[in-house]
Write a protein that binds this ligand. Sequence first.
Ligand code: 13P
Ligand code: ZN
Length: 280
Amino acid sequence: MYQSLLDSNPSLSPVLAEITRVGRYLWHKGWAERNAGNISVRITGILKEATFDRIAAPELPLSNPFPELAGEIFIMTGTGKRMRDIYTDPFNNTLIIHIEKGGTAYRVISHSIDTLGDLRPTSELSSHLNIHLFLRNNRPNSKVVVHTHPGELIALTHHPDLKNEKVINQLIWSMHPEAIVVLPKGVGLVPYTLTGSHSLGVVTLKALENHDVVLWEKHGCLAVGQGVEEAFDLIDVVSKSADIYFKCRQAGFVPEGLTPEQLEQLRRAFGEEEPKTDDC
Ligand code: 13P
Ligand code: ZN
């Protein structure tokens, strides 16, 4: 069933390939212990309606309804599945869901009842759907959500002095010139919220209004973007900054960090250009 969807929708294979590739990166980075992390991509439009038999698939309830997402299709990692297995066996670790009319249920369209087994969407489904809805309405080209557990970023959010968006961004920018170039708006900071809860998605939306990367306090990190690799890259840059910070501390010194002048120079050199006026 999954294979036939790939055969009849040629644009789907590159999306699945990107998910599996990034799943492997997350594992190799050490950010994906056990089943840590999840990835989803909105693929409505990539899958032609005529190529799947929705009704043959089981209808499963959504714990929180998303009526505005009715008719949308998502590919995502399964709950409890290991990132390291996604690369080797994507068909048994990822799935494709269709949100049903009314947004109170979904159907798994990549698997039949016989092959579904214990494969269900990530436990962070509610957060992912909330974010996808927000992205569709505000940044329609951003169709990807990546969540992972980089130890160095989680460690930062355990420091009481760093539980402040301004302070934590100052630290992230000052550790590594790339950080301010790639993330001029910095990262959003989401206060600790129960994993898998609907509330986690709700508080994340607030932080995503001005950012593409957010830190989930004492839990992990989440990025959105147009591609899975792109979202991964953003997390990788932030994580490198945190890594440099901890390397310095482990070596026994407090890092000097880039000075405000150096950061300003980077902003000027790589920031968005001021719009030019015609009359000068
Ligand atoms: P899932 O295996 O359900 O995707 O959960 C992993 C995770 O990181 C929860 O935040
Ligand atoms: Zn998590």
